[in-house]
Design a protein around this ligand. Structure first.
Ligand code: ADP
Length: 574
């Protein structure tokens, strides 16, 4: 079984909690220790108050075990067990307990933020380090859903797990006090309380089911949504937006049903827990007073302790239900991370790349699935030249670029860089020598400078200016109201197509690449802008090696060498 399948197979709120404990052992141990200490202080404080009550009411009975313990603590502190001392100490301990719980909860809150951040970073890193072919096969919506909703729901699962632990510890402390007073009576009452709550377990399963349906629906809803939003214009232009509506509204309705089940399961649990507790108190009174002939004062204390213990268990049960709701998001996200990790691109090659002479394809064949896309291709791209690969759509131009960048690897034959097989060259270092200009450069809503450096702290305004000068863009950037600091607006809306493309070229040049790849870089431009960008590219000739993919004749004319592809073969006579 592969790692992602193994993750997918694991389920259960408690297994999720176990994963969190393993991932954050120190934080968990600290929070649990604080909670146990707080619980013990609470128990001791309560015992002190019980002793005080006995002292105040003048009951002469043997003190119960908890009271005896409390009195021993008072004696150990060298104090007289007077009313005021007992009251003061009891109240003090309960106050200290509240403070410790506050600290522990703060710690839990920070950890929740940690869990969400770590899950998100793990996903981003795993996806970024995965093979290119794996990345291509991933629906963007699935990844953004995992990043946003699944990570959030999973961290909520952790929070509710922590609440469950807190409530269980309190329940155990109260139950222990009751057991110390009368173990037979307490055991029977606790088992009865546990049984009553156990009857409600079906509501936890129901919540788990509602959570799983939501996880599945959100994943597909966001995948469809993201794809469709990317293609809104043609859909609207062809009057087909109602299909999207149908598809989305059907899933949205199913989501509503799952949410209704969730709300019902939560409300029913709260509503049914209350009468269960009332039944427990009623039956408990009857049992202790009538059946066990216990004195009224002891019965009151026992009922108080057992009711509190079961009340904490009931709150713990509600937290468990919340965990059941979120666990499927955690497993889904973990499976996505495991799947991406299983597809991690292995480090390739060790030799230092250079690009002084040429890039050479030797009998390079490449298949997608079983279909050959490039057939025993032989070609040479000379360093310092502008080589243009032209050809109809589907002829293999993009595949050729991906092979040069080492994103894909030849099935047969080899690609040599200055005579060295690319397979032997350190791929990361090779890619760092490449500048890449896509067809539709994505400009971010930020300053010109940040659009060029993309936040790289090693790059400054001087690098930006040099790159802009090389890309023929310095003149227009200089005349912008705030120069490099001018904000570009959404998708670079304030610039013309040609200006945007020249900024994209400057962005690729800022890292001083040895090889500039232009992937249909002039295809979306009008003829005037195209001519300007082609002029920019032409004056870069000789300064670095350029590989352009284009069916744009102007670029073909400017080329030092033209390779015409058709169906994955070089057309001769070109
Ligand atoms: P071009 O860039 O010239 O349009 P491509 O290199 O993108 O051509 O594609 C070449 C061939 O490979 C096409 O027939 C295309 O259908 C196929 N192809 C491209 N990408 C994939 C993929 N991820 N999976 C399967 N086939 C693909």
């Amino acid at each position: 079984m592969s790692a992602p399948e193994a993750v997918e197979k694991r389920q259960g709120a408690l297994a999720m909690l176990a994963d969190f404990v393993r991932a954050y052992p120190v934080r968990t141990a600290l929070a649990l220790t604080a909670l146990v200490v707080a619980g013990l202080l609470d128990g001791l404080g309560l015992s002190l108050l019980l002793s005080m009550l006995n002292l105040a009411t003048g009951v002469e009975d043997e003190p119960s075990l908890p009271e005896q313990l409390a009195l021993d603590v008072v004696a150990a502190l060298g104090l007289e067990p007077t009313l005021t001392t007992l009251l003061g100490l009891g109240v003090g301990m309960i106050a200290v307990k509240a403070g410790i719980v506050l600290l522990a909860n703060r710690q839990v809150g920070y950890t929740v933020a940690h869990v969400a951040t770590d899950l998100r970073l793990n996903l981003v890193r795993a996806v970024m380090e995965s093979r290119w072919r794996y990345y291509l096969s991933q629906p963007v919506g699935k990844l953004s859903n995992a990043m946003a909703t699944e990570a959030h729901r999973a961290s909520e699962g952790f929070y509710h797990g922590a609440v469950m632990a807190t409530q269980t510890i309190s329940a155990v402390i109260y139950a222990s006090l009751a057991l110390l007073i009368s173990w037979q009576a307490s055991l029977i009452a606790l088992l009865f309380g546990g049984f009553l709550l156990g009857l409600l377990h079906f509501l936890i399963r129901m919540a788990g089911g509602a959570g799983r349906r939501q996880t599945g629906l959100l994943k597909s809803l966001l995948s469809v949504m993201t794809d469709q939003l990317g293609a809104v214009k043609p859909l609207k232009a062809m009057g087909r937006e109602n299909h999207v509506d149908d598809m989305l509204s059907n899933q949205t309705r199913q989501l509503k049903k799952a949410l209704k089940n969730q709300v019902f399961a939560k409300a029913a649990l709260i509503a049914l827990q209350e009468p269960m507790l009332a039944i427990l108190v009623g039956v408990g009174f009857f049992f202790f007073l009538v059946q066990m002939h216990m004195p009224m004062a002891t019965v009151m204390i026992m009922i108080f302790l057992i009711a509190r213990s079961v009340n904490h268990l009931a709150k713990g049960q509600r937290a468990w239900q919340h965990m059941a709701l979120s666990e499927s998001a955690y497993w889904s996200l973990s499976a996505t991370i495991a799947e991406a990790r299983a597809q991690t691109e292995p480090p390739r090659g060790f030799r230092t790349p250079t690009l002084e002479h040429h890039i050479r394809f030797r009998d390079v064949t490449f298949h997608y699935e079983s279909r050959a896309v490039l057939h025993a291709l032989n070609l040479t791209l000379k360093a310092g030249q502008l080589s243009v690969v032209a050809g109809p759509s589907g002829s293999g131009k993009t595949t050729l670029i991906d092979l040069v960048a080492g994103l894909l690897h030849p099935d047969q034959g080899r690609i040599e860089i200055d005579g060295i097989d690319l397979a032997e060259i350190d791929h990361r270092r090779w890619r760092r020598l490449i500048g890449y200009v896509p067809q539709d450069p994505l400009l971010i809503n930020d300053s010109v400078l940040r659009n060029l450096t993309l936040g790289d702290p090693d790059l400054g305004p001087a690098d930006a200016e040099q790159a802009l000068r090389m890309a023929d863009a310095w003149e227009f950037v200089r005349t912008l109201p705030e120069g490099l600091e001018t904000a570009l607006g959404e998708r670079g809306g304030r610039l013309s197509g040609g200006q945007r493309q020249r900024l994209a070229i400057a962005r690729a040049l800022i890292h001083r690449p040895r090889l500039l790849i232009l992937d249909e870089a002039t295809s979306n431009l009008d003829s005037e802008a195209e001519a300007a960008v082609v002029a920019t590219i032409s004056q870069l000739k000789g300064k670095l090696t350029m590989l352009a993919v284009s069916h744009d004749e102007a670029l073909v004319e400017a080329a030092d060498a033209v390779i015409r592809l058709r169906d994955g073969r070089i057309e001769h006579g070109s």
